[in-house]
Design a protein around this ligand. Structure first.
Ligand code: ADP
Length: 501
């Protein structure tokens, strides 16, 4: 076992009291109908942080009832987009006022870096709210050019009651990526955070009430996937489900949606994204992008650049740089400002990653660095790099969701394109080159929803994200992400000289 940074400056971070542990239904915090609770665990040490209400089907039914009432009779879908936007702006301001506390909750729950939470995840959530608040009064239909003597136009209406099912790796970011556009559209909703990371979602529920979001509009039900999550997917009175998680569960959600009320689904189901580095790249810049792309958020990010394809001319040099960087990568207490990588989210994920590392060794990949747990307690894994990884190895095919990078060597542009596409996934890709022709050709040839050229993780509220292939379908962020929560209605009426009159 390797060492980890002890996080001695931990003491300067105020660990927040856990204030909200109950379900948030119809504007009130309530116990689960069953009275059951579930433990949420600190991955730094495996200890229980708090017990939160364990919602199941009965609680989802109550939350949907509240959301239905709020949609069919409440003020939210009926108020002007401008008014909705103002309330959302207020919520964004409240988030800004509680940045440290919110970042600390996600650090405790998910092992995420506190500094990044403070500087990125939480402020970006407020940004996302403001982006969609600004769009709430600009949701237009179109005037139609009818071919007969008719007048026609389209209306964009809120889709109705939405179910949001959220994973544990970005509890705040993914909450608002779903909640902000659906609020702006005038929907009401039931949100189920992941069972591993329920704390910040309940805090956001509290802030939503303070901001003036009316009762029943935003309901948060904490609980397990196979009970509470499944109840959302199959609910007859939910009009749309937005799910982010694994392809296996995505399939279940889609099946349940199909066999219940045929509700539409947006599915974001992970990736196995290539970062393609060409010979002409600046090696230092490329190495920096590769290491961040592979290790950021301990690799627990669906767009991780987990397959690093390097052209043969710089392969050896790049390998040396990456190994050096991985050796200096600081693993430890995520509250410590110098730490670059905290613990994996839970024991199950930790064990899954270690089993992938074992399979990489067994299948003959060359382990250059890492490959082991580190620390005496908690779920820490050393940054791990395999070289000479072949496309058919498990570590090249499956989404590991851990700090494990696979290096692969390629010769030509065609070779790079073919190998980049040799995956069932299609979420994102990175290209590092100074040659504009290569950048343009490769970006058009890769079947993935997002391409980053000479950058990585370049997210923006205005840039839609989503998958090709088994990475799912539908787009989040940008105006496409807003329209995903609307229905398009055509309205047609005859003109005075119409044969209909
Ligand atoms: P991960 O592999 O990231 O843990 P999952 O797909 O298992 O992702 O979980 C993502 C979210 O889906 C979580 O909120 C989880 O509780 C929920 N979930 C798990 N199983 C189901 C299910 N059968 N139906 C609906 N939601 C589920």
């Amino acid at each position: 076992m390797g060492d980890i940074s002890s996080g001695s400056s931990n003491s300067c971070v105020k660990i927040p009291d856990i204030k909200f542990t109950k379900l948030f239904i119809n504007g009130e915090f309530v116990d689960a109908v069953s009275g059951n609770t579930l433990e949420t665990i600190d991955p730094r040490n495996g200890e229980v942080i708090a017990r939160v209400a364990e919602g199941n089907k009965d609680d989802i039914n109550l939350a949907v009832k509240a959301a239905r009432r709020a949609f069919d009779h409440g003020p939210w879908p009926r108020m002007s987009g401008y008014e909705r936007g103002r309330v959302m702006m207020k919520l964004a301001d409240l988030i800004d006022e509680h940045v440290e506390e919110l970042a600390a909750l996600d650090t405790m729950d998910a092992g995420k870096l506190f500094e990044r939470g403070k500087s990125l995840d939480i402020p970006e959530a407020a940004h996302c709210l403001r982006y969609y608040a600004g769009a709430a009064d600009k949701i237009h239909g179109a005037t139609l050019k009818m071919s007969s003597a008719m007048q026609g136009y389209t209306l964009r209406e809120p889709i109705g009651v939405v179910g949001h099912i959220i994973p544990w790796n970005f509890p705040t970011t993914l909450f608002f990526m779903k909640v902000a556009p659906s609020l702006a559209a005038g929907c009401t909703m039931v949100v189920k955070p992941a069972e591993q990371t329920p704390l910040s979602a309940l805090y956001y529920a509290h802030l939503s009430k303070l901001a003036g979001i009316p009762e029943g509009v935003l309901n948060v039900v904490t609980g397990y996937g196979h009970t509470a999550g499944a109840a959302i997917a199959s609910h007859m009175d939910i009009d749309k489900v937005s799910f982010t998680g694994s392809p296996e569960v995505g399939r279940l959600v889609m099946q349940a949606a199909a066999t219940s009320n045929l509700k539409p689904v947006t599915l974001e189901l992970g990736g196995k994204s290539p970062l393609i580095i060409f010979d002409d790249a600046d090696v230092d810049t490329a190495a920096e992008l590769a290491i961040e792309g592979g290790l950021y958020n301990k690799g627990e990010i669906c767009v991780a650049g987990s397959r690093v394809l390097v052209q043969e001319g710089i392969y050896e040099k790049m390998t040396r740089k990456l190994v050096e960087k991985a050796k200096n990568w600081v693993v430890g207490d995520p509250f410590h400002p110098d730490v670059q990588q905290g613990p994996q989210v839970d024991k199950q994920q930790y064990e899954k990653i270690l089993s992938y590392i074992k399979s990489g060794r067994e299948e003959g990949a060359d382990l250059l660095v890492g490959g082991e747990p580190c620390g005496e307690k908690g779920y820490y894994i050393a940054p791990t790099i395999f070289s000479d990884v072949k496309d058919d190895m498990k570590i090249a095919k499956d989404e590991i969701f851990g700090p494990v990078m696979s290096l692969m060597k390629f010769k030509t542009i065609d070779d790079a394109i073919q190998r980049a596409n040799a995956t069932r996934y299609g979420l994102a890709a990175g290209i590092v080159t100074k040659n504009i022709d290569i950048a343009n050709t490769v970006s058009r040839s890769i079947r993935a929803g997002t391409i980053w050229i000479n950058c990585y993780f370049a997210f923006d509220c205005d840039a839609p994200v989503g998958g090709y292939k088994i990475s799912g379908f539908g787009r989040e962020q940008g105006l496409d992400g807003l329209y995903a929560y609307t229905q398009l209605k055509s309205v047609v009426t005859p003109l005075y000289n119409s044969p209909w009159l």
